[in-house]
Design a binder for this molecule. Sequence first.
Ligand SMILES: *[C@@H]1O[C@H](CO)[C@@H](O)[C@H](O)[C@H]1NC(C)=O
Ligand SMILES: *[C@@H]1O[C@H](CO)[C@@H](O)[C@H](O)[C@H]1NC(C)=O
Ligand SMILES: *[C@@H]1O[C@H](CO)[C@@H](O)[C@H](O)[C@H]1NC(C)=O
Ligand SMILES: *[C@@H]1O[C@H](CO)[C@@H](O)[C@H](O)[C@H]1NC(C)=O
Ligand SMILES: *[C@@H]1O[C@H](CO)[C@@H](O)[C@H](O)[C@H]1NC(C)=O
Ligand SMILES: *[C@@H]1O[C@H](CO)[C@@H](O)[C@H](O)[C@H]1NC(C)=O
Ligand SMILES: *[C@@H]1O[C@H](CO)[C@@H](O)[C@H](O)[C@H]1NC(C)=O
Ligand SMILES: *[C@@H]1O[C@H](CO)[C@@H](O)[C@H](O)[C@H]1NC(C)=O
Ligand SMILES: *[C@@H]1O[C@H](CO)[C@@H](O)[C@H](O)[C@H]1NC(C)=O
Ligand SMILES: *[C@@H]1O[C@H](CO)[C@@H](O)[C@H](O)[C@H]1NC(C)=O
Length: 522
Amino acid sequence: MGFGSISSLALFGAILTSGHPMLSAQTIEPPCRFALQYTQEQVLNDTSTFINDLLYWEGKFHQNNVSYNNANGMSYDGTNIDWTTGERTVKHPFSAASKESLQVMLYTHAVAGSPEAARFLSPKNPSAAPEIATSIMKTKLETYLRFNETYPGFGGFLPWFVSDAQDLSPTWDWVNRVPGLDNGELLWAVYGFIQSLENTENKSYQQLASDWQIWMDYTKTTAAKIFYKGNGKVCAVTDIKNQSLPVNDAKQTYTCEGTGTLNDPYEGELFTFWLQLFAGLSEDDKSALSEVKKPQLMSVDYHMGKLGPITVQKGYWFSSHETWKVMEMPYYDIDIIRRVYQNAERVRTCNSVSTKVPGMFASVNNSTDPETGDVIGYISNAGIPSISNQTVQELDVITPYSVFPTILFNKSVGLAWWRNMAIAKKMQNMYGSTESTRVDGTLISALVTWDSKITTVIAILGGVTDFVRQKMKADNIYDEFINTAQDAYSSVFNNLKGENIDFCLPEETVNDSILTDFTLCN
Ligand SMILES: *[C@@H]1O[C@H](CO)[C@@H](O)[C@H](O)[C@H]1NC(C)=O
Ligand SMILES: *[C@@H]1O[C@H](CO)[C@@H](O)[C@H](O)[C@H]1NC(C)=O
Ligand SMILES: *[C@@H]1O[C@H](CO)[C@@H](O)[C@H](O)[C@H]1NC(C)=O
Ligand SMILES: *[C@@H]1O[C@H](CO)[C@@H](O)[C@H](O)[C@H]1NC(C)=O
Ligand SMILES: *[C@@H]1O[C@H](CO)[C@@H](O)[C@H](O)[C@H]1NC(C)=O
Ligand SMILES: *[C@@H]1O[C@H](CO)[C@@H](O)[C@H](O)[C@H]1NC(C)=O
Ligand SMILES: *[C@@H]1O[C@H](CO)[C@@H](O)[C@H](O)[C@H]1NC(C)=O
Ligand SMILES: *[C@@H]1O[C@H](CO)[C@@H](O)[C@H](O)[C@H]1NC(C)=O
Ligand SMILES: *[C@@H]1O[C@H](CO)[C@@H](O)[C@H](O)[C@H]1NC(C)=O
Ligand SMILES: *[C@@H]1O[C@H](CO)[C@@H](O)[C@H](O)[C@H]1NC(C)=O
C-alpha cells in the first residue's frame, strides 16, 4: 500500500546519499540555550513564557537563504549545521509542497494578527508580521504561476522542486512525477490562508486572497485527471508523460507510478478529501474513495505492563507525522475522532515512560556522521510497533517534533516533552531546535528542517482548522466532510478504553556527558 510520507520520503534516499507573549519578554532576547533555564515544573506552571522563548528561537530559522528564498517566496527544505559551532553549512536548495504547507500555515496566523506568529516572524517589530507574510505570499504566487506556465503538465500541483533560482524546476528525480500527499497538505493550507486574508479589512489583502483563489481553483479542475483512476483508486505518485505539455493536450497522459495508491486514513486523506469535495467526482466515485480506505482504518488496544488497555487508531508506524491532517481540517469537531486522537497522545506519552525513553518517536532524519558532516539516512519506521501496521521499527532516535500532536491537546505536557529533548546536548542551535538525538546521547542530527521544527510551532498556534472550518462552511462542504469522517470513524470506534488515563510526563533524560553543546549556543 502506498501510505504515508512515502511520496515525501521516496526522494530522501536519493537526495541524502547525494498564550500571549508578555510585553516585557518581547524586548529581551532569551538565551539560545533557554531550555536549560527551565525545570519541567516551570514549563508546566508557566507554559506561555516558555512558548515565548521557543517561538523567538524557532523564528531564527525563518531567514532568507536558510528556510526560504526571499527572491521567489519559496521554501527551502532546510540546512545542515556545523557539528562543532552549529553555524549553517550546506543549504538544501530544494523543497516540496509539504514544507510549503507549513510556511503557509504560519503566515495564516500572522495575517490574522496572532502575537505568537509575530513573535516568531518579527519579534522586534511584531506589527510588521502581517506585511512580512503577505509580501512573501505575493511573491510565492507569482512563482507558482510561472511554474505552471513553464510546466503546465503539473496542472498547478508541485513536485519536489529546486528553489534557489528565480524560477522553480522539478528536482532531477521528480521530473515528470508529482505526489498527491504533499499537495493535499499544501492545498488545505492555502485554503485556510485565503480565509485569513478575507477576514481582514484590508483591500489589498482581499485582492491577494482572490489571486490565490484562482490558483487554488485551478487545481480543482486538474486534480481528478492527474490523480484519480476510477473505482476509488488515487495515485500516490503520478507519472506525467511530458511535464511541458498542458493537461488537456492530446499527447498528455497520466499514470499511477507502480502499485502505489493513496488510500491511507492518515495524512494522505488531506488529498483524497480535496478530490472528494472539489474535483467534481460522481457520488459513486466519492463512495468508492471511502470504501478503499476502510480496511486501513482499524481500532487497536494498547497494552504495556499494567498500563492499558487504551483504544487508538492503528498507526502505520504510529509516527507523529501521520497525524498531520488534524492540523489542517476540522477533524476534532467530531467527538469520536477527537477522543480517539486524545487516546493516541495518552499512549504516545505513556509508552515512552513505560519503555524508559526520554523522548518520543516520529519519522526523522538519522544522526550526522561527525567526520563527514553528512546525515546518515532517514528513519521512516519510528513510532510504536505494538499498535502499528509496520511492526519492524528502529527506535534509537527521538525528535522534538514528535510532540506536535500532544500539544494540540495539552500544551504544557507537549512542551515538557519538547524541553526534555531540547535539553540534550546540541539539541538547540542558532536556528532553534535540532532535528534529532539518539536516545543514548551518542550522536545528533546536525540539521534544521521545516518538518522537525515548524510542525511544533503550528501546533502551538492551534493548527489552521479554525480558518479552514470557516471557509468550508462558506463553501457548503463542511457537512459533507463531517458526515464522511464521522461515518468512517464511528463504524470502527464506539467503546473507547482508557479515556480516564492522564497524559504522562517524561521521567528519563538523554545522557549529557557524551557530546558537547554547539559553541555558538551554549
Ligand atoms: C507559577 O507561575 C507563576 C507565574 O505565572 C509564579 O508566580 C509562581 O511562583 C510559579 N510557581 C511555581 C511553583 O513555579
Ligand atoms: C546562502 O547560504 C549559503 C550557505 O548555506 C552561503 O554559502 C551563501 O553565500 C549564502 N548566500 C547569500 C546571498 O547570502
Ligand atoms: C493593507 O495592505 C497594504 C499592502 O500590503 C499595506 O501597505 C497597508 O498598510 C495595509 N493597511 C492596513 C490598514 O493594514
Ligand atoms: C496554468 O496553465 C494553464 C495552461 O496550460 C492555464 O490554462 C491555467 O489558467 C494556468 N493556471 C493558472 C492558475 O494560472
Ligand atoms: C515535451 O513537450 C515539449 C513541448 O511541446 C516538447 O518541446 C518536448 O520535445 C517534449 N518532450 C518529449 C520528451 O517529448
Ligand atoms: C529530513 O530530511 C528531509 C530531506 O532533507 C527533509 O525533507 C525532512 O523535512 C527532514 N525531517 C523530517 C522530520 O522529515
Ligand atoms: C541510523 O544510524 C545508526 C548509527 O549510525 C545506524 O546504525 C542505523 O543503521 C541508521 N539507520 C538508518 C535507517 O539510517
Ligand atoms: C497492514 O496493512 C495492510 C494493508 O491494509 C494489511 O493487508 C495488513 O494486514 C496490515 N497488517 C497489520 C499487521 O496490521
Ligand atoms: C494537561 O495535562 C496536565 C497533566 O496531566 C493536567 O494537569 C492539565 O490539566 C492538562 N491541561 C489541559 C488543558 O488539559
Ligand atoms: C553516560 O555516558 C558516560 C560516557 O559514555 C558513561 O560513562 C555513563 O555511564 C553514562 N551514564 C548513564 C546513566 O548511562
